[in-house]
Design a protein around this ligand. Structure first.
Ligand SMILES: [Zn+2]
Length: 234
């Protein structure tokens, strides 16, 4: 009886701190779409994993001192069977051997008016199957684009669950306007900034150091601009 009371008390304390922290930060809703027709991805990527992606972002999209900058919220998800017949041409971009092209994907994204494929009031997060001429579908890239303050992300389904070089917070960094940085002298197991990328004289590293002051300033510059765009019905 005594231990039961203790447990309830703990829950109650947790709830209070949860409410307090969600008020402190700007929050962005995320709509997930499984856009790859790959059946292996469909049997692997379930709703629980998509919700977990939000927890990953809330854990790792942080400053150098590990404190949050903004918070993310799971809004909704569309699975492939719900969007495969959509009128949006964006869906067909991942159907077949097609190399990613930022401008082409953004154009098809912006033309899409099916809210199951493109939620105009959320950051859209696409689970796709990355393809390159060299590696075929074994490639596991991700992409993030600010897209005139209507950001979207694409992440290869095999990179979900924070697999290999911190993909969630890295692509979300691009979605909030950040570019790559070069970590000179970095080796694959070196600690590097979230936005580190392979460059002349430096490896990508682990991307386990949070955003620096300059990057936080840039993110915060785009926060109200993105908020404003996502509030408009289009
Ligand atoms: Zn990048």
């Amino acid at each position: 009886m005594k231990s039961k009371f203790y447990c309830v008390l703990l829950l109650s304390v947790a709830n209070v701190s949860c409410v307090a922290s969600s008020k402190k930060y700007e929050t962005f809703d995320i709509h997930f779409v499984v856009i790859t027709p790959n059946p292996l991805a469909h049997s692997t990527v379930k709703l629980a994993q998509l919700k977990n992606e939000v927890d990953i972002l809330n854990t790792y999209f942080v400053k150098e001192d590990r404190s949050p900058i903004i918070k993310f919220n799971f809004k909704s998800a569309s699975f492939y069977n719900e969007i495969q017949n959509s009128s949006c041409s964006f869906v067909a971009l991942n159907n077949g051997n097609r190399v990613y092209n930022a401008d082409i994907w953004a154009r098809h994204f912006n033309l899409c008016n099916d809210p199951k494929v493109r939620d105009p009031h959320a950051i859209n997060f696409y689970v796709f199957d990355s393809y390159t001429l060299k590696q075929g579908f074994k490639n596991r890239d991700g992409h993030g684009k600010r897209n005139g303050n209507r950001p979207f992300l694409l992440l290869d389904w095999e990179r979900l669950n924070h697999n290999v070089q911190a993909p969630e917070e890295h692509e979300m960094g691009h979605a909030f306007g950040l570019n790559h940085v070069c970590a000179l002298g970095a080796k694959p197991d070196s600690s590097t900034n979230i936005m580190a990328s392979s460059c002349k004289g430096g490896s990508t590293g682990k991307r386990d150091i949070g955003f620096n002051d300059e990057q936080v300033k840039k993110i915060m510059h785009y926060v109200p601009l993105i908020k404003e765009k996502l509030a408009v019905k289009k």
